[in-house]
Design a protein around this ligand. Structure first.
Ligand code: AMP
Ligand code: MG
Length: 318
């Protein structure tokens, strides 16, 4: 398959409308989309990514009409969350519309919906005229792509098109909250923080061990994730980076002073938002530079720091 690279939301949407799979930019990361009502196209997303079949896809919508085609009900908590954070980096899980193919939700009776706040994504979704199922546009287990070039490195020849749209301004995935049951729960931290959500939904809780023991509440969270080829390790600062093997190691963090020996690649970020924006991109730069170990500075787990540490830890486990 030849992967077409385009700047035109209309061209990209036509390819999707013909049953193709199309990568597109969003404010979080690039997504790999297909028409939710074409099970063959949805199946092609799983094939292109090598994604486990039990991991549901997020459905992207341009407006409330599209939302009504995939959700059976907008619960009161979902309504509040959507009013506050749509469009934006939040995925809300609600009961699934009976017409929505089970291939999208991996057999679950719920669906995760999101409305991206990115001009190119919005233009693309409007042109598509159908809700678009889209996971991140990477091979399963790998870091999410935040540029079209990264998508191309992951999926060239495996998808119909890549819609170009600059680098993703947030750089980490959406926050996933389950609003299908009585008490809203954060299943994955992301672009909208716990603190922001709590202002709108005071009873919201972070998924804990207790919640995770419930059967398959968020299947995707158990899979290997975000791992570059280099080994990732958490450090409290540059002083903890071992001086041996500096030539093949790298560091990313907020503090840039205090190395015994400076590693081959160093990325010093001005704040948490820049750290989040750079993380996955830095992983890829390091891979290309032949780095074998990436040291990531630990940050306090408040605000965006929670999602950032979640991704770093998962990358380290991978
Ligand atoms: P990705 O699109 O690859 O960034 O991953 C989407 C995340 O949302 C995964 O962790 C999924 O398991 C989760 N997710 C999507 N839909 C649902 C759903 N209906 N119920 C629970 N988790 C979901
Ligand atoms: Mg993903």
């Amino acid at each position: 398959m030849i992967t077409r690279i385009t700047r035109s939301p209309r061209v990209a949407s036509r390819l999707l409308g013909a049953g193709g799979v199309v990568a597109f930019p969003t404010e979080t990361v690039y997504g790999l989309g297909a028409d939710v009502f074409r099970p063959d196209a949805v199946e092609a997303i799983f094939r292109a990514k090598g994604r486990p079949q039990d991991n549901p896809l997020i459905v992207h919508v341009a407006d409330t009409d599209q939302l009504a085609r995939v959700a059976a009900q907008i619960t009161p908590a979902a309504q509040l969350a959507m009013e506050a954070f749509f469009p934006g980096p939040l995925t809300v899980i609600v009961p699934r519309h009976p017409d929505l193919p089970l291939a999208v939700t991996a057999g679950l009776d719920t669906v995760g919906v999101r409305s991206p706040n990115h001009p190119v994504a919005q233009a693309f979704l409007r042109e598509c005229d159908c809700p678009v199922a889209a996971p991140s546009a990477n091979r399963s287990g790998r870091p999410s792509p935040t540029t079209w070039q990264a998508v191309s490195e992951e999926l060239d020849g495996r998808v119909d098109a890549i819609l170009k749209g600059g680098s993703s301004p947030i750089g980490l995935e959406s926050t996933v909250i389950d609003c299908s049951r009585s008490c809203p729960v954060i299943l994955r931290s992301g672009g909208i923080s716990f603190e922001q959500l709590r202002e709108v939904l005071p009873r919201i809780q972070l998924a804990t061990g207790a919640v995770e023991s419930e059967p398959a509440r968020s299947p995707g969270m158990n899979h290997r994730h975000y791992a570059p080829t280099a080994q990732v390790q958490v450090v409290s600062g540059p002083h903890e980076v071992p001086p041996d093997q500096a030539a093949t190691s790298a560091y990313i963090g907020l503090v840039g002073e205090g190395f015994t020996v400076k590693p081959h690649r160093v990325c010093v970020c001005t704040d948490l938002a820049e750290y989040a924006r750079q993380l996955f991109r830095f992983f890829r730069t390091c891979e290309k530079a032949g780095v074998t170990r990436i040291y990531c500075q630990q940050v306090p787990e408040t605000g965006l720091g929670h999602a950032l540490m979640d991704r770093i830890r998962r990358a380290a486990e991978g």
